[in-house]
Design a protein around this ligand. Structure first.
Ligand SMILES: C[S@@+](CC[C@H](N)C(=O)[O-])C[C@H]1O[C@@H](n2cnc3c(N)ncnc32)[C@H](O)[C@@H]1O
Length: 381
């Protein structure tokens, strides 16, 4: 009772109306306000002209941005960017503009509006609202697909360096990035390790965008690109199977199927590397728990049964697919605004196939041991 009487209803309302801040920042990102302020302060009228906005309404948005610390008022009432607002510029290292455009974009916004449906049924609100799964939607809606891709490219730009630096990929002959999107992470791995070959694997329309990424990194001659679905098969014979943010997109049955396809494909002694966030085993408050639990709900409303998992849940899932969890490694973090995020919640998990599985494969003579430079039916360009 004493606890109740000291509770602050205003604090609860502040929490409950967080959606307003999300849209204020989202609209600023959509209008490109931070880029327009990159070279210095500008008047509201000037900004309204540049963004084709209604000046008095833009002034109201800017007032709200000032409350959030994104802009401030300079000489003569002109609007200037704060250090926080600078992160919304599209041309700064660690820019979050693409992330905001995706995470608060129409599909996320509407899917979160269906959270009650997902909590009642366990089904993704997204599918009910849009009549298809999120992955189908990114393929069929060009604008949404472009924003989705830009978000993952931006994420990869920020997160690849610490992932590459934090793990010894040089010991592998061939690394497959399963669901590797346009190849940003794999390109960074190959660039850092000239002795390693890569195979980028994702849906056909997704890997179609990989050529420029691999060429720009100067690794195209060491990286095969394969389109397909990981529910059927993944490229066989590699020494490492890397899955970043793949398992969290799927329920246990389908995540297990993906892992089994990897186990079937892997060369003897191959290593499976999952890069995922890890849910705390017990309920927790605090920033790190907030981020992973928010992503967990994002998976609930958006994906086909996807979920963040605890270490125990990962261990069980891997075990059921014939892998033994060997190590859980914290990743380093970049010197960007993402730093606290990465250092606090991202974990790299390493699992290795149980000896019996590979003994069996060897006995059947399906794969030679050791380094496998290419794999069946696919040659490097
Ligand atoms: C959350 S994204 C992660 C992308 C990338 N690994 C990263 O971390 O930036 C999931 C990826 O899985 C891919 N994907 C979805 N369904 C797939 C399927 N059936 N077969 C292969 N890839 C698939 C998507 O195209 C997308 O690139």
């Amino acid at each position: 009772m004493a606890k109740d009487s000291t509770a602050d209803p205003g604090a609860m309302l502040q929490v409950a109306t967080g959606y307003t801040s999300a849209q204020v920042v989202h609209v600023a990102a959509q209008l490109g306000l931070a880029d327009l302020l990159a070279d210095g302060p500008r008047s509201i009228e000037d900004l309204a002209g540049a963004t084709d906005a209604h000046a008095p309404s833009l002034a109201r948005l800017v007032r709200a941005l000032a409350v959030l610390g994104v802009v401030s008022e300079g000489d003569g009432g002109r609007i200037e960017l704060t250090p926080l607002g600078t992160t919304l510029r599209s041309d700064v290292p660690g820019s979050v503009r693409d992330a905001v455009l995706f995470l608060v974009g129409e599909w996320s916004w509407r899917a979160w509006g269906g959270l009650l449906h997902s909590v009642r049924t366990g089904e993704p609100a997204f599918d009910r609202i849009f009549g298809m799964s999120n992955f189908e939607y990114w393929e069929h809606d060009a604008e949404a697909g472009a924003i989705h891709d830009a978000y993952f490219r931006a994420m990869a730009r920020t997160t690849s360096a610490p992932l590459v630096a934090g793990y010894d990929f040089s010991r592998f002959g061939t690394v497959v990035d399963v669901g590797g999107s346009n190849g940003s992470l794999l390109a960074a791995i190959l660039r850092a390790h000239p002795g390693v070959r890569g195979i980028l694997f994702d849906l056909p329309h997704v890997v179609a965008g990989a050529a420029p990424v691999l060429a720009e990194a100067g690794v195209a001659d060491r990286c095969a690109v394969v389109g397909g679905t990981f529910f059927e098969s993944v490229p066989p014979g590699a020494n490492a199977y890397l899955l970043k943010y793949i398992i969290h997109d799927w329920d246990d049955a389908r995540a297990g199927a993906i892992l089994r396809r990897c186990r079937e494909a892997a060369a003897p002694g191959a290593v499976l590397l999952l890069i995922e966030q890890v849910l705390p085993e017990r309920l927790e408050a605090g920033t790190a728990a907030q981020r992973v639990t928010r992503l967990d709900l994002q998976m609930l409303v958006l994906t086909p049964g996807g979920a963040e998992r605890t270490e125990g849940e990962f261990r069980a899932l891997l075990g059921a697919a014939g892998f033994a969890l060997r190590a859980v490694l914290p990743t380093a973090s970049p010197s960007t605004s993402w730093r606290p995020l990465l250092s606090s919640w991202m974990r790299e998990r390493e699992a290795v196939g149980a000896r019996a599985v590979y003994t069996g494969m060897l006995a059947r003579g399906t794969r030679p041991p050791g380094h496998v430079p290419g794999y069946d039916g696919v040659s490097y360009p």
